[in-house]
Design a protein around this ligand. Structure first.
Ligand SMILES: *[C@@H]1O[C@H](CO)[C@@H](O)[C@H](O)[C@H]1NC(C)=O
Ligand SMILES: *[C@@H]1O[C@H](CO)[C@@H](O)[C@H](O)[C@H]1NC(C)=O
Ligand SMILES: *[C@@H]1O[C@H](CO)[C@@H](O)[C@H](O)[C@H]1NC(C)=O
Ligand SMILES: *[C@@H]1O[C@H](CO)[C@@H](O)[C@H](O)[C@H]1NC(C)=O
Ligand SMILES: *[C@@H]1O[C@H](CO)[C@@H](O)[C@H](O)[C@H]1NC(C)=O
Length: 441
């Protein structure tokens, strides 16, 4: 008996630090800031926990938070010679800091050089080297209890990094495919959870959507709809020559790419230069990426021209009878709103289909995702919500926020695949309609 008691005590001691009682998934609302079009998540950070608004970035390697007014009793630096530093080793070490000690200043502590995905930081004006920190991050579980991740790793940043971010936002939340992203750090904290998160951006101007961490479903929306059953899967691709990638260590970019192979408008194939649809092995350019930072899908010029022409032709056909009017920038094709019928799926326009790795894996876009309502001064228009991305010095196609709204996306980082639902408006629900089940833990 006496021999057993000590190991049991140790086991009990360890278990009390594992947040195993949490009812996964953890979740956060995603609010759209309508003046900027940015998607904002809400997390709780520091001790005592403080509500913190962060820009949602699907392409970031790690999160960062303004540290110029950072007050917390639990933050710690990451010693350069420690074991934790090895997980972030690529980013370097601050040997001595001459400023007063604080969150963004410590001797022999690991550093990051963060950036702002909306407006690139001018490192000549804002000092780029910032301390890496460990502190508590908490999110509500399905019961509404805040669950803390005690060793959440992120970067400090100076106030100058916040330029261009929506009012009240104090940093960036990484949801990329990296060891340091929020979903992966949550996965590490709950050993039995799947390495998987889901995201549903709301098309409503007032009601938020949400992100769900550490669950493959069920995803219960109102009216008893479990959307995990409606997902279609396509492989997630990662660029070996993209943002934050490192060919020397074979580290891939955290950004999510899809194997789009063709685009159809009203069932008809758009003639595209297929070379542009693959990631180029030498430059890393080309391919199709998903972004929550771009408001509208951006297409490389030749793709944009072919796609817009195909759409104009189909919209003018007898099934729609739509005649364009003077477009409003940044859009290239607009119709008087009065001429367009409304449906449950938004304005009645030709359906756009993004064909993925297989002919039967198709992301369908209806009017609610393809068209943008523009009302200003004397105009009231529905405009095709895709923009000309010019030449290529990046992906050929970047699928932007408007095209993702009221679609459920499941990022399965274990199996490296994306589950997508196409518009859930067709199911009579939307991203603001998520219902947290209570009951069994
Ligand atoms: C790291 O460096 C500190 C200060 O120089 C030292 O006290 C500590 O023992 C070192 N830790 C390791 C794991 O080498
Ligand atoms: C770093 O070490 C130097 C020299 O030991 C000391 O003067 C300075 O205050 C330290 N800075 C911090 C932030 O601890
Ligand atoms: C940083 O660590 C190195 C090696 O452990 C040590 O020699 C040096 O004194 C430390 N610097 C400060 C300012 O503590
Ligand atoms: C297709 O795009 C590639 C990459 O930009 C280019 O080299 C090639 O000339 C294009 N082909 C055609 C037929 O335009
Ligand atoms: C479009 O116009 C044609 C010819 O006037 C007509 O036959 C057709 O019904 C119209 N279609 C719609 C959807 O209004």
């Amino acid at each position: 008996m006496a021999k057993l008691a000590v190991p049991l005590l140790i086991l009990f001691f360890l278990l009390s630090f594992i947040p195993s009682q949490a009812a996964l998934p953890l979740h956060t609302p995603i609010q759209k800031d309508h003046s900027t079009g940015q998607y904002i998540i809400t997390a709780y950070l520091k001790t005592p926990l403080k509500l913190t608004k962060l820009l949602l970035d699907l392409g970031a390697t790690y999160s960062w938070v303004n540290c110029d007014d950072y007050i917390s009793s639990t933050y710690q630096h990451i010693p350069c010679n420690g074991s934790l530093a090895k997980t972030i080793i690529d980013y370097g070490c601050m040997n001595t800091c001459d400023d007063p000690p604080g969150p963004n200043c410590g001797n022999n502590s690991s550093i990051f050089i963060p950036n702002n995905p909306i407006k690139a930081v001018d490192y000549r004006k804002v000092y780029g080297v910032n301390a890496a920190l460990v502190d508590s991050l908490a999110l509500p579980d399905t019961q509404g209890s805040l669950v803390s991740i005690n060793n959440f790793i992120f970067s400090c940043a100076r106030t100058g990094f916040l330029k261009g971010l929506a009012k009240g936002v104090t940093g960036v939340a990484s949801l990329g495919n990296s060891m340091l992203s929020i979903p992966v750090q949550i996965n590490k904290a709950f050993s039995s959870s799947p390495n998987c998160f889901a995201m549903c951006l709301s098309g409503s101007t007032s009601q938020p959507g949400l992100a769900l961490f550490g669950s493959k479903g069920p995803y219960n929306f109102l009216q008893g709809i479990d959307l995990s059953k409606s997902l279609v899967y396509t492989p997630l691709l990662f660029n070996p020559l993209g943002r934050d990638s490192d060919p020397d260590t074979h580290r891939l970019s955290p950004e999510y790419y899809l194997g789009l192979t063709s685009i159809k408008v009203n069932g008809k194939m758009v003639a595209l230069n297929k070379t542009l649809l693959a990631i180029d092995g030498e430059s890393g350019f080309g391919g199709t990426r998903i972004s929550t930072v771009l408001p509208y899908t951006k297409l490389q010029s030749s793709i944009y021209k072919a796609f817009t022409l195909a759409f104009l032709k189909e919209a003018a056909s007898s099934s729609f009878n739509l005649t364009t009017t003077k477009p409003v920038k940044p859009f290239g094709a607009c119709y008087p709103a009065s001429a367009v019928k409304n449906t449950q799926m938004g304005p009645a326009v030709p359906i756009i289909e993004l064909v993925m790795d297989r002919q039967d894996v198709v992301w369908k876009m209806f009017g609610s995702n393809s068209m943008v309502r523009v009302t200003k001064k004397s105009v009231d228009l529905w405009c095709l919500g895709f923009v000309d991305g010019g030449g290529i010095d990046g992906p050929s196609i970047v699928i932007g926020g408007h095209q993702l709204e009221d679609n459920l996306l499941q990022f399965d980082l274990q199996s490296k695949k994306l589950g997508f639902s196409s518009s859930i408006l067709s199911k009579g629900t939307n991203c603001a309609d998520f219902k947290f089940s209570t009951g069994k833990i």
